[in-house]
Write a protein that binds this ligand. Structure first.
Ligand SMILES: [Mn+2]
Length: 322
């Protein structure tokens, strides 16, 4: 009987797993990847009695692999906030899925654990750019402003590390990052003491400074879009860059297109912060598109479809202004 933890390699996935394993330690295998590696269940083999915990990856593209594992006799606990489609009714599946726009997987886990490891849920919510939810949780728990600020910086930095075309683009492999924070019950101690975190934070600052020279390729009242250069720093920083743009102009939708290693583009779409809806509906119009209402994306958008994407993006969000 093996305990297998399958988790998104961003702040939300890592902090969701960390909360669960602080409550109930023990895992035999970690399966994770860059934030874009969403079909993680395909990599899992299991048999009767194995316990699989799945965190922060959409059920929809993983359904065939999930059914295969359930039918093999594995028991699966599934926590997620992405578009799920139909959730299989199977006696071996425990699904904790909430696709509300103000909820992330770490908040779902926080509820499940009655807030026992809340600071990690707050950091994760900041990481997923759910600023209002993060602040509401921090406020409810009576955190000082300084502590909330530290959790916001931690969440953004952990989230930043999840972006990249492949784990090789990342400063730290998500499994290594999780292992680095595993000994720390308190996020403040992790931030102060971990050399892995220091390395990550330095890389983050360097990448972010590169974005200062960029200009948008599309700029309207309702939406803005950027095309990033073909470089590892651009692939790493694209998600956080998009989150920061949204915070700068909360009434507008944003798209950031980043060249990948295949001559195509990775697309991040953020719905307006004021009205966090419609990002997933736009992205699902394209092959390899998906995500959630507030934030979604497209993998491997062909270069020939960039103009079409920009046109549909402009129309999709301009039409929503009224
Ligand atoms: Mn998430």
């Amino acid at each position: 009987m093996a305990k297998i933890d399958v988790f998104n390699g961003d702040a939300d996935g890592i902090c969701a797993l960390h909360q669960l394993r602080l409550a109930q330690p023990g895992s035999d295998r970690l399966v994770t990847g860059a934030k874009r590696d969403i079909r993680l269940l395909e990599r899992v083999e299991a048999s009767t009695g194995d316990e699989i915990t799945v965190l922060d990856i959409s059920l929809d593209p993983n359904r065939p692999a999930l059914l295969r594992l359930l039918d093999a006799g594995a028991r699966v606990s599934y926590f997620d906030h992405h578009y799920a489609g139909e959730v299989p009714a199977h006696p071996n599946l425990q699904a904790h899925i909430d696709t509300a726009a103000d909820v992330c997987t770490s908040i779902i886990v926080d509820r499940h654990l009655n807030g026992r490891f809340r600071p990690w849920a707050v950091a994760a919510a900041f990481g997923d750019n759910l600023v209002a939810s993060a602040q509401a949780l921090a406020h409810a728990s009576g955190y000082a402003t300084e502590r909330t600020r530290m959790l916001a910086a931690l969440g953004e930095c952990l989230n930043y590390n999840g972006y990249g075309d492949t784990p090789e683009d990342l400063h730290v492999h998500p499994a290594e990052l999780y292992s680095a924070l595993r000994p720390f019950a308190d996020p403040g101690e992790f931030v102060a003491a971990s050399p892995v975190y220091a390395r990550l934070a330095a890389g983050f600052r360097a990448d972010l400074s590169e974005t200062k020279a960029l200009a948008p390729v599309l700029e309207r009242d309702a939406c803005r879009a950027w095309l990033l250069p073909d470089a590892p720093w651009a692939r790493r920083v694209s998600g956080v860059f998009a989150n920061r743009l949204v915070s700068e102009r909360p009434e507008a939708a944003h798209a950031v297109l980043t060249p990948d290693a295949h001559g195509s583009y990775t697309v991040s779409v953020r719905a307006p912060l004021d009205r966090p809806d419609g990002a997933d509906a736009l992205c699902r119009q394209f092959a390899n598109g998906g995500g959630r209402k507030a934030a979604a994306g497209i993998n491997r958008l062909p270069a020939a479809e960039v103009d079409d994407f920009l046109r549909r993006f402009g129309a999709h969000f301009s039409g929503r202004m009224r």
